[in-house]
Write a protein that binds this ligand. Structure first.
Ligand code: CTP
Length: 395
């Protein structure tokens, strides 16, 4: 084929493409002009009522053993708009598509609802984001953007699960938080459960991929203001390991007792000393982020002393102390809350739900074979993700 013919063909194609681009741009401008005419108040929502319609963002997921990676995804999703709706997949669908969930649908929805960046929860959503369901999100819930982490999310037939919102320009991607996942936590719980059953468990040989930066802590603190001078500060302290609905309940109760909830997240060494060498499941920085993401917590003390001190009560101007555990525990032969009790500040709030790292590990162990199989599968895909990951800027 002569070179001049090839050059001519390329020039022709480039011209046609440029023409098509101009047409598309003109169509978009015409549509915008039409909207502008209706949008008399100029707020961009196409009407003239003087109020800007909030941008509604939707994120869905399983949110099993809700962790700070999920919370960070919700934080970033919320930053893509003004209102965040979260779809929580039901148990049957998770069982069918991924394997058994650790937490049931109610626990998962409650944990998501307690996250401070969430404005509403839609329960019982399908695992597969079908076109019909996406249309329902747009029409019924007024969703403007569907958001998901930058990990590939495939439908069962191998196609892109979010192809439709992407095609219509209603998809936004956020950066997945590295170093934590349900798979990773289930792995830690399997090891805790096996140790509790007296099995020899080797230390995990895995490169750490999560770093707690000061900006991450600041992001999780968000708009939380410091306590006012005359605020009634409620201090709640404990391990807050594998943050869950039991923790949410006690923080909610604490909020009712004052104006500012300060949460003491015990140091790893103290949790280990109290609960045993296999604890905690998450380290103190991870546990602190889990607490900070909760709408009922105003501030955390990272690595707080397990035993309340006079100095701590004075420094933080504490009015009430609420303990996480129903049964008071002793540190070096003394009640951990003795100082608060002596100052008449100690309040015991009954536990609404029984939950501990050990009880959740027991759930995993009850279904051990299924969780081990699921983790073996997921660990491979997570390793593949880390091998190919590229930098995506967080919003
Ligand atoms: N997500 C994230 N960072 C993580 C884990 C999850 O940003 N470490 C995001 C996912 O990308 C998704 C949302 O959180 O947008 C809900 O995730 P989920 O459906 O619970 O499932 P997974 O992606 O499998 O998360 P995990 O591995 O923790 O179960």
């Amino acid at each position: 084929m002569p070179a001049s013919f090839l050059l001519g063909l390329c020039a022709g194609l480039a011209f046609a493409r440029a023409h098509a681009r101009r047409d598309a741009a003109k169509r978009r401008n015409d549509e915008n002009d039409e909207n502008d005419e209706n949008d008399r108040d100029g707020d961009g929502d196409g009407d003239g009522d003087g109020e800007r319609r909030p941008v509604v963002v939707y994120m869905d997921g399983c949110f099993d053993t809700m962790h700070y990676g999920h919370a960070n995804a919700l934080r970033q999703a919320r930053a893509c708009g003004d209102k965040l709706l979260v779809g929580v997949v039901n148990d049957e669908e998770i069982l069918r598509c991924k394997g058994p969930p650790v937490c049931d649908a109610r626990e998962r929805a409650d944990a998501v609802r307690a996250c401070k960046w969430v404005d509403g929860v839609i329960e019982d959503v399908p695992y597969e984001v079908t076109d019909a369901f996406t249309d329902e999100l747009f029409a019924k819930y007024g969703v403007d953007f569907v958001v998901h982490g930058d990990d590939p999310c495939l439908a069962p037939d191998g196609s892109d699960a979010y192809a439709y919102p992407k095609r219509v320009g209603k998809y936004r991607e956020i950066k997945r938080t590295e170093g934590v996942s349900t798979t990773d936590i289930v792995g830690r719980l399997l090891r805790l459960g096996a140790r509790a059953m007296g099995e020899e468990v080797e230390e995990e040989e895995k490169e750490a991929t999560f770093c707690t930066t000061s900006s991450r802590v600041a992001q999780f603190l968000g708009n939380n203001a410091p306590p006012a001078e005359d605020a009634r500060v409620v201090y709640v302290h404990g391990a807050f390991d594998v943050f869950n609905t039991g923790h949410v309940e006690i923080l909610r109760e604490a909020q009712k007792l004052g104006d500012f909830v300060l949460v003491g997240v015990h140091a790893d060494a103290d949790v280990r000393a109290r609960r045993g060498a296999a604890h905690p499941v998450l380290n103190e920085k991870e546990r602190a982020l889990g607490v900070l993401a909760c709408r009922y917590a105003d501030e955390v003390v990272i690595g707080a002393p397990a035993k309340i001190t006079n100095d701590l009560l004075t420094t933080f101007n504490v009015s009430v102390v609420v303990a996480e555990d129903e049964d008071p525990y002793e540190i070096a032969g003394e009640d951990a809350n003795a100082v608060a009790a002596a100052r008449g500040l100690y309040r015991r709030v009954p536990r609404a739900r029984e939950w501990s790292a050990l009880s959740v590990a027991a759930r995993v162990m009850e279904n051990r074979a299924a969780f081990e199989a699921r983790n073996a599968r997921k660990t491979k895909s997570e390793a593949a993700y880390y091998a190919q990951k590229t930098h995506v800027k967080e919003s």
